[in-house]
Ligand binder design. Sequence first.
Ligand SMILES: [Zn+2]
Length: 45
Amino acid sequence: MATYKCFFCGKTISTKALKERFSCPYCGSKVFFKPRTAIKRVKAV
Ligand SMILES: [Zn+2]
């Protein structure tokens, strides 16, 4: 499951919340980005 971050208030929003209503529930913005920290860490052993 992916999460997005609001470009304006910086809150994390799940894709599920965005599917219901494509706007930030906190500030109402419609600009989001994917935080790089959400990238899966791959272990190469
Ligand atoms: Zn926001």
